[in-house]
Design a protein around this ligand. Structure first.
Ligand code: PBG
Length: 431
């Protein structure tokens, strides 16, 4: 029994390996004066909670038959039961009114934690999270000023530690973002498909340490910006135009290099036209039929990417990304991208950022049967962190509410820098 009483933040895997079956626990629990309360998320963790009293045992010799008990009641001698509790008093000065006549009182379904849990429509679980990780060539982790609590991880040590920490709380999906040395950046971003580049090395190391695909999914980012001396997602022509088809050619090589290293899901975040179909084709030709594509379908030209660009030192050297990323004013346009990415063979469709674009998440949810992901981007993370540090918000409550809202809007999975703390909070939560 000891193995199923979960301490705050303990691993989902440990609960399962303790062999805790809900049914089994429920059957034996009364003997211990406890009840088993499943946690209201999809976290597979049970918890024993003390109840106030259990029934007094009845001595075998005094047990009466059902017929005798019924005869007493029929004869008007009902056994004693506790009295109806007195009505709770309202404070002095409360107006005395006759109750409003209302056919429905929605508050009835919210009046206790158990009722609220029973009728909860949306849940969040660590299984829904994808953790973005920044990696660099250094041996030590380096803090990221604009994203307190996030670091550029040393690829050999810090990365492995962080992935280990994530797995321990049930976060088995990670996506890698590299900080590439300036000397390896070029206008055509060729380092992106170097088979010994930082990302392929990280993938190989992770697959070596955590070989089981069932419990570890590695996503990669497909775009040229970390490798581009211009800080753009594509090749920049002399006149500043981002060249579409030539960039797609590079992206295909990048995706194949990542697949070759062992990536499970490649995620084009560049917003070039036709890249999903071209990457699908390139992967298939190279024999990577099982590697999935998570398309950044509705990726908006957003101010909320600021801290990320500091993290990777990937700010555009000139101009902005408005000729390829979507206009934040546009809603219907997301449907055009959705139809194309579906037709081109995407496995998962993404909306990015998340919180300012909940309407777009819902739009995709209602218009595709494919899984939807949403990216709670760096700026969304930093806003909550800054407000919490200034004492203006309760960090835990704000984070969990933001993640729940993104799920409610229709996202299946959420890329979030809060994945580890959020998973810890969810695993520790009680009804
Ligand atoms: C670049 C890329 C960006 C993010 C993910 N991939 C930044 C950008 O488009 O400029 C942003 C993620 C974040 O802000 O957390 N291909």
């Amino acid at each position: 029994m000891a193995g199923v009483t979960m301490a705050a933040g303990c691993g989902v895997s440990q609960a399962l390996s303790a062999g805790a079956s809900h049914e089994g626990l429920r059957r034996i629990a009364p003997a211990f004066g406890t009840v088993v309360v499943p946690i209201p998320s999809r976290c597979k963790v049970s918890r024993r909670v003390k109840v106030e009293a259990i029934a007094e045992p009845i001595a075998k010799s005094t047990v009466r038959t059902i017929e005798e008990c019924e005869a007493d009641v029929v004869a008007g001698n009902a056994p004693a039961a506790p009295p109806v509790p007195a009505k709770p008093k309202a404070p002095e000065g409360t107006p005395r009114i006759s109750p409003l006549v209302m056919p429905a009182r929605p508050r009835r379904n919210r009046r206790s934690a158990a009722l609220r849990a029973a009728f909860q429509e949306t849940t969040v679980s660590p299984a829904n999270f994808i953790l973005p990780l920044f990696v660099h060539e250094g041996e030590q982790n380096a803090p990221i000023g604009a994203m307190p609590g996030c670091q550029r991880l040393g690829w050999r040590h810090g990365l492995i530690d962080e992935v280990y920490k994530a797995r321990d709380v049930g976060v088995n999906n990670v996506v890698l973002f590299p900080k590439v040395p300036d000397a390896l950046k070029s206008s055509t971003g060729d380092e992106a498909y170097n088979p010994d580049g930082l990302v392929p090395r990280c993938i190989r190391l992770l697959k070596d340490k955590f070989p089981d695909l069932v419990s570890q999914v590695i996503y990669t980012d497909v775009a040229l910006d970390p490798y581009s001396s211009d800080g753009h997602d594509g090749i920049v022509r002399e006149d500043g135009v981002i060249m579409n088809d030539e960039t797609v050619h590079q992206l295909c090589k990048q995706a194949v290099a990542q697949a070759q290293a062992g990536a499970d899901v490649v995620s084009p975040s560049d917003m070039m036209d036709g890249r999903v179909g071209a990457i699908r084709n390139a992967l298939d030709l190279a024999g990577y039929h099982d590697v999935s594509i998570m398309a950044y379908t509705a990726k908006y030209a957003s101010a909320f990417y600021g801290p990320f660009r500091e993290a990777l030192d990937s700010n555009p050297r000139f101009g902005d990304k408005k000729t390829y990323q979507m206009n934040p004013a546009n809603y219907r346009e997301a449907l055009i991208e959705t139809r194309l990415d579906e037709a081109e063979g995407a496995d998962i469709l993404m909306v990015k950022p998340a919180m300012p674009y909940l309407d777009v998440i819902r739009l995709l949810r209602d218009n595709t049967a494919l899984p939807i992901s949403a990216y709670q981007v760096s700026g969304e993370y930093s806003m909550i962190k800054a407000a919490a540090a200034a004492g203006m918000l309760d960090e835990k409550k704000a984070v969990l509410e933001s993640l729940l809202s993104i799920r409610r809007a229709g996202a299946d999975v959420i890329l979030t820098y809060f994945a580890i703390p959020a998973a810890q909070w969810l695993c520790a939560e009680r009804i």
